[in-house]
Design a protein. Sequence first.
Length: 153
Amino acid sequence: MRLALIAAAMIALTSAALAHDAQEARELTPADIKFEDNPAFPKGAQSMLIHGDPAKPEFFIIRLKFPPHYIVPAHTHPALESVTVLTGSMGSGMGEKVDTSKGKMLGAGSLLILPADHPHYVWTEDEETIIQVAATGPFDIIYVNPEEDPRKK
């Protein structure tokens, strides 16, 4: 029995290692990042998918660029979200209505971890901001107020 458990563990580890090796290695410099308009966000935001596919049940990384004086209305996501501020600063607030006086500014290097289905909003002030989001799909942005969803306009 013990030998069977060891064999099963080895097969599982080997399968995971082979799956990882099968993925393409990538090296990206800032010049490789080509931002494009993203219809899931209010006009002005741009993004680039770095890795994976947010629509599939897999790990993905996306970068988002927000212009100065920009607001992403209150929304949730169906999975845990990890956000790293790469450049600039981003305001972060919790709740179903935007109130920038109750949020916190996160500068470059800051990290924001949000559990699934947790209502929050973000904003920028006087500078452009670039963030990186890492999560596992399937992933979406679900606006608390459906009228604020730019995909429905």
